[in-house]
Write a protein that binds this ligand. Structure first.
Ligand code: MN
Length: 168
């Protein structure tokens, strides 16, 4: 029996500032990063990703409105969702994801509805303690002309806009 593949989600979050929360299922929780500009499909565009508190796995499919005064207040959309594979290797062997997270050197292969292929999350000491970079790896899914944040703005689950989610 194969192990069930871990999941990832990218929440589009209209909070104080619009941003994208990139979340990977690691060790029974959703490890999370807030990406102000959202993910790119261009390997030359490094996107700042700020590590944020872990979320419960049950939050993965959440879409709706977090009330004023609560943590993360604002409208939340499932912008992309799917499974992923750990592809970080050292000396030809896969590095356990928990170790990659601790090392600040994550490489995953995404199978989302919008995003596919390799993405690296690299902790950058020079920028500050919680600062990482989200970078598209060079593979057949890399595409400098595509800009899914702009061209595919709606929910991957319900095809709704942020406005429609906020109004429901
Ligand atoms: Mn957020």
């Amino acid at each position: 029996m194969g192990k069930k593949e871990p999941r990832f989600v990218i929440h589009k979050h209209d909070a104080t500032r619009l941003h994208y929360d990139f979340r990977l299922e690691i060790g029974g929780v959703l490890k999370s990063w807030a990406v102000p500009k959202g993910p790119s499909t261009n390997p030359k565009e490094k996107r700042l990703a700020l590590a944020t508190p872990d979320h419960a796995l049950s939050y993965i499919g959440f879409e709706g409105v977090i009330p004023e005064g609560e943590y993360g207040a604002g409208t939340v959309m499932v912008w992309d969702i799917g499974t992923y594979k750990n592809i970080k290797k050292k000396d030809g062997k896969l590095v356990p994801l928990e170790k990659s997270y601790a090392d600040g050197q994550i490489e995953v292969w995404l199978e989302g509805k919008k995003l596919k292929g390799g993405y690296a999350l690299i902790k950058t000491k020079g920028l500050g303690e919680n600062k990482w970079l989200l970078i598209k790896m060079r593979d057949e899914h890399a595409d400098a002309r595509r800009n899914p944040v702009k061209s595919q703005p709606k929910s991957a689950l319900t095809d709704r806009t942020l406005k429609q989610i906020a109004a429901s």
